[in-house]
Design a protein around this ligand. Structure first.
Ligand code: PLP
Length: 363
């Protein structure tokens, strides 16, 4: 049943609903009154909890604790990596990277993707062939389409040419395993079901970096500012719970959405390649994304357009444009199923989508 007063939330890639374990961990963090940098007993207890969170998150990525620098979220982690590893290096980024990367590296060379959203490895190989010092930024999974990058191949090319690889794993962390250890990795707590306000940059090794924020020398001089302990504890708990999630059950619900949407006339961006289990980018030719969003919102469904400006307006998606879409780049919505989605919500969404497609795409 859809109910406008209790909307059906299908916008997990914008932010996952708070997981129960994360809520508990946040509350426990709020009760820790000490500052993790203080040497007295209260400070030491806060520090113990902070370091426990750090080692759990690092271990999930096959790394030691000293590689994990806490940040305010994914945007800061990407900016920190580009600041630390971009200096004195040429920067190459994938065409479908998030604005957190694109805006932090405005002069980067852009590596194109194919019509499924997959990075052109041959062009990357050619660009790296001169062996010049380079930072390569490639996302693990795209936030709009869910398309997964060929990370093992990218890492091999970077290894051969001595380039530093930075991976934005904001959308894949907790949803998919991650085995590369020789790259930096950006994480965001609220995309895993933690609270907003915490993220992390994982480094390839325990090393000093040129900090974006200096201040009191926290995070061993790599990121100044008192750590937001409740948000960090919430992120660690969310990460543990996300890794234990049955994602194939969510993928089965996602398949149902796509079957119904395609039968109703939609196209699924990146459908031929591996994607996140929860994400569908549905292009409905001839119907503006804004109109689709408003129609579904009135029916009680929270989904999003490929690319929403901070003004709330819907712009053409740079991701879909890079994949060769023309008008379709402003006629797509993203459905991203949250960890707590229920089958009846998906069924209700399918009915609403079918009705919308029948009514609007024939006009
Ligand atoms: N990178 C990707 C792929 C994202 O999807 C997002 C947020 O949507 C970010 C980075 C930024 O993360 P945050 O909201 O934690 O700053």
């Amino acid at each position: 049943m859809t109910n406008a007063s209790a909307p059906n939330y299908l916008d997990a890639n914008a932010t996952e609903p708070l997981r129960p374990a994360a809520r508990e961990a946040v509350l426990s963090g709020l009760l820790l009154s000490g500052n993790p940098s203080s040497v007295h007993a209260e400070g030491r207890e806060a520090r113990r909890c902070l370091e426990d969170a750090r080692s759990r998150i690092s271990a999930g990525f096959g790394r030691i604790s000293g590689t994990c620098v806490f940040t305010s979220g994914g945007t800061e982690a990407d900016a920190m990596a580009i600041h630390a590893f971009g200096q004195g290096r040429r920067i190459l980024i994938g065409a479908t990277e998030h604005d957190a990367v694109r805006k932090a590296a405005p002069n980067a060379d852009v590596i194109p993707v194919n019509d499924q959203g997959i990075l052109d490895l041959e062009i990357l190989r050619q660009r790296l062939a001169d062996g010049a010092p380079t930072l390569v930024c490639v996302m693990a999974a795209n936030n709009e389409t869910g398309v997964l990058s060929p990370l093992e191949d990218v890492a091999a090319l970077c290894r051969d040419s001595g380039a530093h690889l930075h991976v934005d794993a904001v959308q894949s962390a907790g949803r998919l395993p991650f085995s590369l250890t020789e790259c930096s990795v950006a994480l965001s707590g609220h995309k895993m079901g933690g609270p907003k306000g915490a993220g992390a940059l994982l480094l390839p090794r325990d090393e000093p970096i040129d900090a974006l924020m200096v201040g009191g020398g926290q995070e061993r001089g790599r990121r100044g500012g008192t750590q937001p302990l409740p948000a960090i504890l919430g992120m660690a708990a969310a990460f543990d719970e996300a890794q234990a999630q049955n994602w194939s059950a969510i993928e089965a619900l996602r398949e149902r959405v796509e079957q119904v949407a395609v039968a109703a006339g939609a196209r699924v961006a990146g459908r031929q390649v591996a994607r996140l289990p929860n994400t569908s980018c549905l292009v409905l030719d001839g119907v503006a994304a804004q109109v689709q969003l408003m129609t579904l919102d009135l029916e009680g469904f929270c989904v999003s357009a490929g690319s929403a400006c901070s003004s709330g307006k819907v712009a053409a998606s740079h991701v879909l444009t890079a994949m060769g879409e023309t008008t379709g780049a402003s006629q797509a919505i993203r459905v991203s199923l949250p960890w707590n989605v229920r089958a009846e919500q998906v069924d209700a969404f399918c009915d609403a989508y079918e009705r919308m497609a029948r009514r609007l795409s024939k006009r």
